[in-house]
Design a protein around this ligand. Structure first.
Ligand code: 5AD
Ligand code: SF4
Length: 514
């Protein structure tokens, strides 16, 4: 086929927005794909081997699909979702779409959702309500829901019933199917639902459009097999599947060559990395030990589970260099009894012992954590154990949450005798402690010189620059715009509760940046 014929065939295969109106004429040529999620399926963990695919490509007939069209993705929730949005943006761009940051200009809008707590879900339903007016105004607009909420049976049923202006719902395991789903949505008058509940595969060569050119996320594993009793993630993200080390190492090397200064390794439970390899014994410690040799200034990872945090990893992290001296180590509760009901599989004492080991190996480490208050039947004494553990560890900051029942999880079936006012009061007391220790940790920086990777202008003041220290402390400081993207030395002039103010003293020489 010559170039002219190829372009003509591409044109004739491309789908126009107006095709949707004549879907009846076309629908018989296309197999309808309606696969709804099943909680029962999502719960299962089989022994099937993980399959790795390297054959992702955009089929010829879809290549012109995005010509003259714009996409908009709104992302809710964690870094994993942010990174999935980068992958979906990559697929949109490969289809010829252009990005836009205005919903009014978009031809396709996706909400990449989070299911971790009820208020995260309510935000999405609210947004779907708002978008109805836009959809009425522009019937050719495609509106899609993806991410963790779309993996929930109850959510899909609610959208089918109450948000019929949605055109497509697809799951976290179906991202690579985006070209087909879009195509289907253009052709069909019905809502397209494609949510696989069980996935054992890793798709390697998906395109990505990264949000910036300073920091990058790198997936090291997908899914979670821990099944903490409150958590929906093992159902929405499937079983643990690790990427092969050589793929990760190659991706990090490429990012280093492209000039990225920091990478964050991502996984729901990064400490379980490698447990699913059948052909070798290889864990997060081994991976970090190889990655630290790559010429990139900063490497972080998130998020950790204390249970799988082994001695080898501690030993490797203690080597320092480009491995950052900050560890986010969610504890969830300071009470052994509550930890047991949460199925965290460690006790208060075991957690404290792990912290002791980490501090012995990395004396200056900054520890942060996640905590849930108001677990079903949590007593005042049990809550106070959380406060005392927080002080004992000396966390530098924390994400704190009121327990939110998630349909289908074991905790959602537990009776709960803790009134909401009590939960709110506990959260307040915990937050007071979190603020107190955060302010105390930051106070020590006053007068000191720290290394800051400069992200850009500060959110509130374009005349001020902002960046993060190795311990992940936000620093707002005065300095030249040429410092953006570099690691610079900043003298701290003032500590606030959550951030530091300072002034730049000098740029680091490349040789100083390991
Ligand atoms: N309710 C409240 N917080 C939750 N988290 C996870 N599930 C729930 C829930 N059902 C919190 C945990 C986890 C963080 C990402 O979100 O603290 O570490
Ligand atoms: Fe949820 Fe627990 Fe898995 Fe973290 S380790 S994603 S809290 S089930």
């Amino acid at each position: 086929m010559n170039e002219k014929q190829r372009l003509e065939s591409q044109q004739s295969n491309a789908v126009n927005p107006s095709d949707k109106k004549s879907a009846k004429d076309y629908s018989k040529y296309f197999e309808r794909v309606i696969t709804a999620p099943s909680l029962k399926e999502a719960k299962k963990r089989g022994k099937e081997e993980v399959k790795y695919h390297h054959d992702f490509s955009i089929p010829e007939k879809f290549r012109g699909m995005g010509e003259g069209r714009k996409f908009y993705i709104r992302t809710y929730g964690c870094q994993m979702n942010e990174h999935d949005t980068e992958v979906m943006s990559g697929i949109f761009m490969a289809l010829g779409y252009e990005p836009t940051d205005r919903t009014e200009d978009a031809n396709v809008i996706l909400l990449n959702t989070c299911a971790i707590r009820e208020n995260a879900e309510n935000k999405v339903f609210g947004e779907l309500g708002h978008l109805k007016a836009l959809k009425m105004e522009k019937p050719d607009l495609l509106l899609g829901v993806c991410g963790c909420m779309s993996q929930e049976e109850s959510v899909v049923n609610k959208i089918l019933k109450m948000y019929q202006h949605v055109d497509m719902i697809f799951g976290t395991h179906n991202i690579h199917r985006l070209p087909y789903i879009l195509h289907e949505a253009y052709m069909s008058k019905e809502m397209v639902v494609e949510v696989w509940s069980k996935e054992g595969d890793v798709i390697e060569n998906l395109p990505k459009v990264r949000r910036g050119n300073i920091k990058a996320w790198v997936n090291i594993m997908y899914g979670c097999d821990k099944f903490c009793t409150y958590c929906i993630v093992p159902y929405t993200r499937g079983k643990e599947r690790s990427r092969r080390p050589e793929e990760i190492i190659q991706e990090v090397r490429q990012l280093a060559a492209q000039g990225y200064k920091e990478i964050t390794l991502l996984g729901q439970n990064v400490n379980a990395y490698g447990k699913d390899f059948e052909d070798m014994k290889y864990g997060l410690g081994d991976l970090m030990d190889e990655l630290r040799k790559i010429d990139i200034p900063r490497i972080r990872f998130t998020t950790s589970h204390p249970r799988d945090f082994d001695d080898h990893l501690i030993e490797v992290l203690a080597k320092g260099g480009n491995l950052m001296d900050h560890i986010h180590l969610p504890v969830q509760s300071g009470s052994t009894e509550i930890l047991k009901i949460m199925a965290r599989k460690y006790t208060r004492e075991q957690y404290l012992e792990l912290v002791r080991k980490i501090k012995a190996a990395i004396p200056d480490v900054a520890l942060t954590t996640d905590i849930i208050v108001g677990y079903p039947n949590e007593t005042e004494e049990q809550f106070e154990e959380t406060l005392s553990l927080y002080r004992e560890v000396g966390f530098e900051s924390a994400y704190t949450f009121i327990y939110s029942p998630r349909e289908g999880t074991p905790a959602a079936k537990m009776e709960d005798n803790v009134p909401m006012e009590v939960k709110k009061a506990r959260l307040q007391r915990l937050n007071d402690l979190v603020n107190e220790l955060s302010a105390k940790a930051l106070k020590q920086y006053e007068g000191q010189i720290v290394e800051v990777l400069v992200d850009g202008e500060s959110k509130n003041n374009p005349d001020v620059l902002a960046g993060y220290t190795t311990k992940n402390k936000l620093v707002n400081f005065t300095g030249p715009k040429s410092a953006i993207g570099k690691i610079v030395k900043v003298k701290i002039t003032e500590a606030k509760t959550w951030s530091l103010n300072g002034e730049m003293v000098e740029e680091l020489e490349p040789a100083e940046v390991k």
